[in-house]
Design a protein around this ligand. Structure first.
Ligand SMILES: O=P(O)(O)OC[C@H]1O[C@](O)(CO)[C@@H](O)[C@@H]1O
Length: 342
């Protein structure tokens, strides 16, 4: 995925690049019948659009422009020659993405562009700083880099890149081992169910991903405890029935101290005890290193622990739950990570 600054910083200015060979004069102007026949300059600079309605389509019958007033009621350009000039000047092309964006019919003026340019340049600079690891959350003193998970090469320090890659490899290997039966539940056989315990962003991301990508007959079915309602928790555990013994329990919490998640965990652990099962052999913690949850999992010897990174903030942190689904983003063809969810 291209970085935002990678797209936007390819030019130092918002002003259209004037190309005397491509910009027709009014006497040389002839309206094209189809844009695919045109030689279009590659637009490298970001463009701004104002929320006006678009002018009507230009009829080829009026290609000399004589039947058009030069501006319509909204002050939008109507002259075909000028519209063509705007098209040539403002067509944006991003080669790598194969993206064309034509904003030439949007009613912005050169003055508007001049006025907005410094503000947008400031925004692009801020984005560039963000990608380079600037502290963007002053309250918590942390960077904002959730997109580095999808593209570790964007991470500003080699150690971050290496942490991401190692973690994602570990997660994918773990997922593969679960699916293949290399890692088994103590009762034997294979894991058949996943129970995800987490709230808010630590539930919504996994829920979204499993809803969006689950096949009809997944190797592991997933269910969620995403609030502290005792009846709801009991219901999820009851639904598992004897399959509790082949359930992989993911406990997801960035802070590792969210009370609702802790309540869910305690209830699940109680159910394991009542069924004479060893929770630690089936529990996985996904949380910040050194958190209460991480320490609990470490001391109790849970099956696995995976980190959530400090610089993955807000709801986006849970959108993967940071680690379990990386190849959703990067390698849709490599299904080894996906399968563990489904
Ligand atoms: O991942 P944690 O630390 O358990 O935090 C969960 C909480 O964070 C949020 O996802 C966002 O504030 C809440 O919806 C939720 O209660």
């Amino acid at each position: 995925m291209a970085s935002i600054s990678g797209i936007c910083f390819s030019s130092q200015s918002l002003k259209p690049r004037k190309n005397p060979f491509l910009r027709p004069t009014s006497s040389a102007f002839s309206l094209p019948t189809h844009s695919s026949s045109l030689s279009i300059p590659i637009r490298n600079s970001p463009r701004i659009a104002t929320p006006h309605s678009l002018p009507r389509h230009i009829s080829p019958d009026h290609s000399d422009g004589s039947a058009f007033p030069t501006k319509n009621n909204h002050g939008l350009e109507k002259d075909p020659g000028e519209l063509w000039r705007r098209y040539v000047d403002w067509l944006y092309q991003h080669k790598d993405l194969g993206l064309f964006l034509d904003v030439s019919r949007v009613g912005f003026t050169d003055e508007f562009v001049t006025q907005m340019e410094p503000r947008l340049q400031a925004a692009f600079k801020a984005m560039e700083d963000l990608e380079k690891g600037a502290i963007a959350n002053p309250d918590e003193g942390r960077m904002v880099g959730h997109y580095w998970l999808r593209s570790p090469e964007l991470a500003p320090k080699p150690i971050l890149k290496s942490q991401i890659e190692k973690t994602l490899d570990a997660v994918c290997d773990f997922a593969e081992d679960i699916i293949s039966g290399k890692i088994t539940p103590p009762s034997g056989g294979r894991f058949t169910q996943i129970l995800s315990v987490g709230i808010g962003g630590s539930a919504l991301g996994p829920q979204f991903v499993s809803e969006a990508l689950a096949p009809d007959n997944p190797p592991l079915k997933i269910r969620f405890i995403d609030n502290t309602d005792p009846a709801g928790i009991d219901h999820q555990i009851a639904q598992l029935g004897p399959e509790l013994s082949s359930t992989l329990v993911l406990v997801i919490s960035k802070s590792g101290g969210t009370p609702e998640t802790r309540n869910g965990l305690l209830e699940v652990q109680k159910a394991f005890r009542e069924a004479n099962l060893d929770f630690s052999k089936q529990g996985v913690a996904i949380t910040q290193e050194g958190s209460l949850l991480d320490n609990t999992a470490r001391i109790e010897g849970w099956l696995a622990r995976f980190p959530m990174f400090d610089w993955v903030g807000g709801r986006t942190s849970r959108c993967l739950p940071s680690v379990f689904f990386r190849r959703h983003y990067r390698e849709l063809t490599s299904e080894k990570c996906l399968k563990v969810l489904h």
